[in-house]
Write a protein that binds this ligand. Structure first.
Ligand code: SF4
Length: 588
C-alpha cells in the first residue's frame, strides 16, 4: 500500500485563510484562534485543556472614583485633568501617540488602539518629558505585534556612558522596541539622561537600583524611594519596574527553592523586609508611587521579584502568590489612571509556559504580559539567548505581549555590543515566529517575498529581504563570489531549487517579479560588517569550494547535458527521487 491509497484517520484544518499574509493564504490553515480584536481572545492560541479561561473584566471595571464607563461623560467632566494615555482613552480621545502607533501597526486602526488602551490590554509607554526629545511612540499589547526589549546598563565593574550610548544605537539598529537601562555603576543620572535624550524607543528602569547607590539596602527609607521615583519620572523614563508584589508573607515560600530569589529588586526588598520586619515598602507606598507616575504618564512594569531562577522553581507557590498580588496592584494602578504591564518568568519548562501565560491573562484581566525569556533549560550557559528564545516564542504565542531579550552573556557577565546584537536577533526571531503563528495580518508577507526570491535564485533580493543582509551576503560569498543558479551548499548538480525551477510543471521559482537580472552576476562584495563576521570563522579552502560548487560547470550526467529531452526528463525524475520527492515520469 502506498501513502496515497492509505485511509487517512485524521482531519486537516481548513485550508487557506491565514490572515498573517494577505497575499498567499496558507496550507494547512491557521491553527490560532480567529483574531477577535477588541476581546480578551485577540490574537490568541487555542487553549490546551485545563488552561484558565480569560477574565471577564477589563480596566473599565477599575475606574477611579467619579469616572464613568461612558467615554462621552468622561470627556465632559474629566478631560481637563486627564494626564495619561489610559485616562485620555477613557475619555474617548485618540491622542497623537495613538494615531502614530496606528501607522506602526497597520492591522489596527487608531480607534482600536484607543479602545485596547482603555481596556488596559495595551499600553503606550511615553513619558511626557521623553516625548519632547526623540521618542517615537509604540505600543505593547497582544493586539499589536510582539515587542522585544533589550536590557543594557553599566555595572560597577564595566562600561561607560559612551559605551552605553553605543549599545543603545546598536539595540535600536537590531530592532529593540524598548530598552531598559539597568545601570548599577558609574554616573547613573548622567547615563540615564544621555540615554533618554538619545533614544527613539521607550526607556525603562528599575528605580531601586539607584536608591541603594552609596547606601545599604537596610538604610532605604520611604522618603528616598519617593524622591528617586519622582526624579526619574522628571528625567523622562517611560516605564518603571516596581517590585511591589513580593510581600513579607511570600518569603517563607522561597525556602523550598533550589535558587531562592534571582530578581535583583526582589532579593534587595526581601532583605529590607527581613531586616526591618516590615511589609515591602513599594507595596505600602503603592498609591503614592501611582500619583507620581500618573503625573508624567510613566507606565508600570509590575516586577516579578519572585520569578523562578531555575526549572525546578518554576510555577511554584511563591511565584503564583506574587502573581496574585501583581493582579491586585494592576487593579489599583488602573483605578489611579496609570498604564500597567506585568512582568513574568524567568526559567520555565516548555510544557508549563502556556499555563503561566493564561493564568496571568486571567488574574491580571488581560494587562500586557512582559516576560523574560523564559529559558526552557538551564544547562547551556553561553547559549541562553537560544534556550530562552525557544521559551519566548511559546510565551508570545500563548499571550505575552513583550519579550525581554536574553543575551549569550546571561548568567555570565555584562553583555557587550555583539551580545546585544545576538540577543536582539534571537528575540526578533521569537517575536516574529509568534506573530506569524498568531495570524497577525501581513506578518508573513516578507517571508513569502523572501521565499519567492529564494526559489527564483535571486540572491541579491534574497539578501535584501533578510533581517541581516550583511551576514547573509558574507556567508554566501565566503564560498562563492558569483550569484548564480546554485550556491556552495549543494553545488550546481544537486541544487534542488534550480532543478525545481527548471521543471516546467512546478510553479517553483517562477514569480516574474522575483527573477534576478541575470542568471549569473558577480557578487557586489562583502560589506565591512560581513567581512568582520567572516574573520570570526574558519574559511573553506579553495579546493573544497571548487569541489562543492563545480565552479559553475555542469557534470556530464546533468540533465542540461542530455540532448534528448525525454532522457533529460528521466534524469530529472531520478534527481528528484534522490531528494525524497515522489514523482512519476509521466508527471513531468
Ligand atoms: S545549492 Fe542547495 S542550498 Fe544552495 S540554493 Fe541550491 S538547494 Fe539551496
Amino acid at each position: 500500500m502506498t501513502r496515497d491509497t492509505a485511509d487517512p484517520s485524521y482531519t486537516l484544518p481548513p485550508l487557506g485563510n491565514n490572515p498573517s499574509t494577505e497575499a498567499q493564504g496558507t496550507s494547512p490553515g491557521a491553527f490560532a484562534n480567529p483574531p477577535a480584536i477588541g476581546t480578551p481572545l485577540t490574537f490568541s492560541s487555542p487553549d490546551t485543556p485545563g488552561m484558565p479561561p480569560p477574565s471577564d473584566k477589563t480596566a473599565w471595571d477599575f475606574l477611579p472614583r467619579g469616572w464613568s464607563r461612558n467615554p462621552a461623560d468622561n470627556r465632559e467632566s474629566k478631560i481637563e485633568s486627564a494626564t495619561t494615555q489610559l485616562e485620555l482613552a477613557r475619555c474617548g480621545v485618540i491622542t497623537p501617540q495613538m494615531a502614530s502607533v496606528a501607522t506602526r501597526e497597520p492591522h489596527l486602526t487608531a480607534a482600536q488602539i484607543r479602545d485596547e488602551v482603555a481596556a488596559g490590554r495595551m499600553i503606550i509607554p511615553a513619558n511626557k518629558v521623553h516625548l519632547k526629545y526623540k521618542l517615537q511612540p509604540m505600543c505593547i499589547g497582544r493586539a499589536a505585534l510582539t515587542k522585544v526589549n533589550a536590557n543594557m546598563g553599566a555595572s560597577p565593574v564595566s562600561s561607560s556612558i559612551d559605551e552605553e550610548l553605543e549599545k543603545l544605537r546598536w539595540a535600536e539598529r537590531w530592532g529593540a522596541d524598548t530598552v531598559m537601562d539597568l545601570s548599577t555603576g558609574g554616573d547613573l543620572d548622567a547615563c540615564r539622561t544621555a540615554i533618554i535624550q538619545n533614544s527613539t524607543v521607550p526607556i525603562g528602569t528599575v528605580p531601586i537600583y539607584s536608591m541603594i547607590v552609596g547606601r545599604n539596602i537596610e538604610d532605604l527609607t520611604y522618603d528616598i524611594i519617593l524622591r528617586e521615583i519622582e526624579k526619574q519620572a522628571k528625567q523622562g523614563v517611560d516605564y518603571f519596574t516596581i517590585h511591589a508584589g513580593v510581600l513579607r508573607e511570600h518569603l517563607p515560600l522561597v525556602r523550598k527553592r533550589l535558587i531562592g530569589i534571582v530578581s535583583r529588586g526582589g532579593s534587595l526588598l526581601a532583605k529590607w523586609m527581613l531586616y526591618h520586619n516590615r511589609q515591602n515598602p513599594m507595596y505600602e507606598l503603592f498609591d503614592d508611587i501611582c500619583d507620581i507616575m500618573r503625573e508624567y504618564d510613566v507606565s508600570f512594569s509590575l516586577g516579578d521579584g519572585l520569578r523562578p531562577g531555575g526549572l525546578a522553581d518554576a510555577t511554584d507557590e511563591a511565584q503564583l502568590r506574587e502573581l496574585q498580588t501583581l493582579a491586585e496592584l494592576t487593579e489599583r494602578a488602573w483605578a489611579k489612571g496609570c498604564q500597567v504591564m506585568v512582568e513574568g518568568p524567568g526559567h520555565v519548562p516548555f510544557d508549563q509556559i502556556e499555563y503561566n501565560m493564561k493564568l496571568q491573562r486571567r488574574l491580571c484581566h488581560g494587562a500586557p504580559f512582559y516576560v523574560l525569556g523564559p529559558l526552557v533549560t538551564d544547562i547551556f550557559p553561553g547559549y541562553d539567548h537560544i534556550t530562552s528564545c525557544i521559551g519566548a516564542t511559546a510565551a508570545a504565542y500563548h499571550g505575552a505581549a513583550m519579550l525581554c531579550y536574553v543575551t549569550p552573556k546571561e548568567h555570565l557577565g555584562l553583555p557587550k555590543k555583539d551580545d546585544v546584537k545576538q540577543g536582539c536577533i534571537a528575540y526578533k526571531i521569537a517575536a516574529h515566529a509568534a506573530d506569524v503563528a498568531l495570524g497577525i495580518p501581513g506578518s508573513r508577507d516578507r517571508d513569502d517575498e523572501l521565499t519567492k526570491a529564494r526559489a527564483a535564485l535571486n540572491w541579491q533580493k534574497h539578501f535584501d529581504l533578510s533581517f541581516d543582509p550583511d551576514l547573509a551576503r558574507a556567508y554566501h560569498d565566503e564560498d562563492l563570489e558569483v550569484d548564480t543558479d546554485f550556491c556552495a551548499m549543494c553545488g550546481h548538480d544537486w541544487c534542488s531549487v534550480r532543478i525545481s525551477k527548471e521543471i516546467s510543471d512546478f510553479y517553483s521559482g517562477k514569480a516574474p517579479e522575483a527573477q534576478p537580472a541575470k542568471k549569473a552576476l558577480k557578487s557586489p562584495g562583502v560589506s565591512e560588517e560581513g567581512a568582520e563576521a567572516l574573520k570570526q570563522r574558519g574559511v573553506l579552502t579553495q579546493e573544497q569550494i571548487q569541489k562543492l560548487a563545480h565552479k559553475g560547470k555542469k557534470a556530464a550526467c546533468h540533465s542540461d547535458n542530455v540532448p534528448d529531452p525525454e532522457k533529460a526528463k528521466l534524469v530529472q525524475v531520478r534527481t528528484l527521487k534522490a531528494h525524497g520527492v515522489t514523482v512519476s515520469e509521466g508527471g513531468l
